[in-house]
Design a protein around this ligand. Structure first.
Ligand code: FAD
Ligand code: NAI
Length: 481
C-alpha cells in the first residue's frame, strides 16, 4: 500500500493560478470567491476535508446552533407559565438530537460553500499546502495525490488553533477544548471552564441551560475579554442570576483527569489561597493562536512575530508583495467577519491595487442571553486617550416591545464626542443586540452624530426604539424614560 501511494505521490500534477488561496475558512473562501468574481483564475486549497474553516466546522456555526436550541428549551421549561403557556413541565432535552441538529446545520453550510465555489468557478483542491518557494506550493492531497501549484499571487488564510494550557492535557472527552465541548456525548453534571472570554461564556450559557452546574474560572478581575466595564459587570450579574458561578482573579494551577472526573486546583490571585474543584468536564478556553503548522512559510521568506502572527503591511502584503495574509493567522481581532472583510479587500488589492477595511468599525457580539454587542471605543479607551465624551443610555425595561416580549434586561449605551456628538462607540446588552449593532456600524461608518440617529424615524413597537432613545439621551432628555 505504502509503495503504491509513494508512486502515486511521485506523479504529482501541476496547476497554475493567478490567485492561490491557502485555507478555506471565512477569510480564505471569501477571498477565493471574490478573486474569481473579479475574473482571476483562482485555486483554493483546504486540508480539513470541508470548507468553512473553524467558523463553520467547529466555531461560530455549531456554537450558535447549540446556543439557539438550548435557549428555546430553557424558555419553554422555565419561562412559559407567565406567558400563559402551560403543560411544559415534562419538556426534556434529547441530547443526541440537539447535536444532530447542529451537525445538520454545519453540513448544510459547508456544502453550501462548496456549491458557491462551483458556481463561481473556484478550483477547490483538497489537501495541505506547503511552500516550496515564494511562487510555488505542494499540496499533500487528501486522496493521496500530490499537486504542485504555481501562482502569480498567493493569499494565506490558514487561521488559528486553540491555545493550550501548560500542563493540562486535552483529551477532548473529559478535558476539552472548544472543539470537544461542541460534541460532548452527554450533558456533564458539573462543568468547569478556564477563561471567562467569549467562548467560555457562550459555552457556559449552553450547558447551564441544559442543567449543568457551571463554574467559570477567570484570571482577570472581570469577564468578557474586551467589553465595556459597565457592560461586563451587568452581564456577569445576569449570568449569575441564571445560575453560573464565577471565580474571578483566580489562577488555575493544575487540572488532571482521574477516571471519569477531573481534579482542578485553583489559587486566589490576591490571597494565594488554593482550592480543589472536582468536575465532570473541564473546558480550556484561554484564547486562540495563529496556525501555520506544515505551511513551511520560511521557504517563501515570510516572517512571524513573537505571537506567531505572520507579518504584513497595511495592504496585507508580506515582504513579497505578491503574497498576502489575512484572517486569524495575522493581526487584529479573531473574528469571522473581520477575516471576510480582509478576504474581499485582498482580492481587490490584487485586481485593482486598492481595497479597504475599517478596523475602527468591527463589531463584536457575544451570543449569550441577553446578547452583548459593541462597536467602536469603550469608556476606558476614551479615558486613556483623554477624549471628552458624553454617555446616553436607555434601558430595555422602558421599551414597549421588550416589555411585550418579557425580555427587559439590559440597555443601549452611546458614547459620543462631547462637543460634536459624533458617535465614538455603542455598547448594547439586551435582546437581539447582535442584530441591532449593525445600525451602529452603519452610523459609525458614515460619521453620524447621535442627533442624526435620534432624528431618524424608527418603527414602533421595536427594540430599535431603545437605540434611538439612547442616542437622544446623549444630548437631550429621552422621551419614554
Ligand atoms: P479559519 O476559519 O481557522 O480557517 C482556516 C482554514 O485553513 C482551516 O479550515 C484550516 O484547515 C485551513 N488550513 C490551515 N493550514 C492549511 C494548509 N497548510 N493547507 C490547507 N489548508 C490549511 N467568530 C465570529 O465572528 N463570530 C462567532 O460567533 C464566532 N464563534 C466562534 C466560536 C468558537 C467555538 C470558535 C473556536 C471561534 C469562533 N469565532 C467566531 C472565531 C472564528 O471562527 C474565526 O475568527 C474565523 O474562523 C477565522 O477565519 P480564518 O479564515 O482566518 O481561519
Ligand atoms: P478570549 O481571548 O475571548 O478569552 C480568553 C479568556 O481567558 C480571557 O478572559 C483571559 O483573561 C482568560 N485567561 C487567559 N489565561 C487564563 C488562565 N491561565 N486562567 C484563567 N483565565 C485565563 O478567548 P476565547 O474565549 O478562547 O476565544 C478565542 C477567540 O475566538 C476570541 O478571539 C474570540 O473573538 C473568538 N470567538 C468569538 C465569538 C463571537 O464572536 N461570538 C465566539 C467565540 C469565540
Amino acid at each position: 500500500m505504502l509503495k503504491i501511494s509513494r508512486i502515486a505521490r511521485r506523479f504529482a500534477s501541476t496547476k497554475k493560478a493567478e490567485v492561490l488561496v491557502i485555507g478555506g475558512g471565512p477569510g480564505g473562501y471569501i477571498a477565493a470567491i471574490k478573486s474569481a468574481q473579479l475574473g482571476m483564475n483562482t485555486v483554493c486549497v483546504e486540508g480539513r476535508g470541508a470548507l468553512g474553516g473553524t467558523c463553520l466546522n467547529v466555531g461560530c456555526i455549531p456554537s450558535k446552533s447549540l446556543l439557539n436550541n438550548s435557549q428555546i428549551y430553557h424558555t419553554i421549561k422555565h419561562d412559559s407559565a407567565s406567558r400563559g403557556i402551560v403543560g411544559t413541565e415534562n419538556v426534556a432535552i434529547d441530547f443526541p438530537k440537539l447535536m444532530e441538529a447542529k451537525e445538520k446545520c454545519v453540513k448544510g453550510l459547508t456544502g453550501g460553500v462548496e456549491m458557491l465555489f462551483k458556481k463561481n468557478k473556484v478550483d477547490y483542491v483538497k489537501g495541505w499546502a506547503s511552500f516550496v518557494d515564494p511562487h510555488k506550493v505542494t499540496v499533500k492531497g487528501l486522496d493521496g495525490n500530490d499537486v504542485e501549484i504555481e501562482a502569480d499571487n498567493i493569499i494565506v488564510a490558514t487561521g488559528s488553533e486553540v491555545t493550550p494550557f501548560p500542563g493540562i492535557e486535552i483529551d477532548e472527552e473529559r478535558i476539552v477544548s472548544s472543539t470537544g465541548i461542541l460534541s460532548l456525548k452527554e450533558i456533564p453534571k458539573r462543568l468547569t471552564i478556564i477563561g471567562g472570554g467569549i467562548i467560555g461564556l457562550e459555552m457556559a450559557s449552553v450547558y447551564s441551560r441544559l442543567g449543568s452546574e457551571v463554574t467559570v474560572v477567570e484570571f482577570q478581575p472581570a469577564i468578557g475579554a474586551g467589553m465595556d466595564d459597565e457592560v461586563a459587570k451587568t452581564i456577569q450579574k445576569l449570568l449569575t442570576k441564571q445560575g453560573l458561578k464565577f471565580k474571578l482573579s483566580t489562577k488555575v494551577i493544575s487540572g488532571k483527569r482521574n477516571g471519569d472526573v477531573v481534579d482542578i486546583e485553583v489559587e486566589d490571585a490576591k490571597s494565594g489561597k488554593t482550592e480543589q474543584i472536582e468536575s465532570d468536564v473541564l473546558l480550556v478556553a484561554v484564547g486562540r493562536r495563529p496556525y501555520t503548522k506544515g505551511l513551511n512559510y520560511e521557504a517563501a521568506g515570510l516572517e512571524a512575530d513573537n505571537k506567531g502572527r505572520l507579518v504584513i503591511d497595511s495592504e496585507f502584503k508580506t515582504k513579497h508583495p505578491h503574497i498576502r495574509v489575512i484572517g486569524d493567522v495575522t493581526f487584529g481581532p479573531m473574528l469571522a467577519h473581520k477575516a471576510e472583510e480582509e478576504g474581499v479587500a485582498a482580492a481587490e488589492y490584487i485586481k485593482h491595487g486598492h481595497g479597504h477595511v475599517n478596523y475602527n468599525n468591527i463589531p463584536s457580539v457575544m451570543y449569550s442571553h441577553p446578547e452583548v454587542a459593541w462597536v467602536g471605543q469603550n469608556e476606558k479607551q476614551l479615558k486613556e486617550q483623554g477624549i471628552k465624551y458624553k454617555v446616553g443610555k436607555f434601558p430595555f425595561i422602558a421599551n414597549s416591545r421588550a416589555k411585550c416580549n418579557q425580555e427587559t434586561d439590559g440597555f443601549v449605551k452611546f458614547l459620543a464626542d462631547a462637543e460634536t456628538q459624533r458617535i465614538l462607540g455603542v455598547h448594547i446588552i439586551g435582546p437581539n443586540a447582535g442584530e441591532m449593532i449593525a445600525e451602529a456600524g452603519l452610523a459609525l461608518e458614515y460619521g453620524a452624530s447621535t442627533e442624526d440617529i435620534a432624528r431618524v424615524c424608527h418603527a414602533h413597537p421595536t427594540l430599535s426604539e431603545a437605540f434611538k432613545e439612547a442616542a437622544l439621551a446623549t444630548f437631550d432628555k429621552p422621551l419614554n424614560f
